[in-house]
Design a protein around this ligand. Sequence first.
Ligand SMILES: [Zn+2]
Length: 152
Amino acid sequence: MNRNLPPALVLRYPHPILDEVIPVNVVPVPQELLDRLFCTMYHYRGLGLAANQIGEKRRVFVMRVPNGIERVFINPRVTARSDDTKVETEGCLSLPGQFYPVDRHLTMDLTCNNQGKLYTISLEGLEARVAQHEMDHLNGIILSRGNDVRLL
Ligand SMILES: [Zn+2]
């Protein structure tokens, strides 16, 4: 684990890689990619970062949680989610300076597949929101789509 790497370039919308649906790939995820994701996320003070945001076509994202624990999501699938949703304003490192209201499920379970080993992460509140935002990235969805641009 290395948390002293220089930040990677974060792709900005519109970049074609940000529009792609990234396929599941169960070959090992290099630790160096996870390190770069975390270092880049911390550098830009993001709450989460998807691999395709730094040009890596891997179905992987990372998140930080309030108590400082780092979470890694490899080939995540949504396996449960609440019916209840809430609209809150979100920003995105790929859309600097822009903020949009987005409706998200309040809780969510993601089942991840790391080389055939399954693990499930249950999330709520801000973590559930961030994970849904990052899942959208892996599915080629930027939060502006379908919303009116609103600059705060
Ligand atoms: Zn984003």
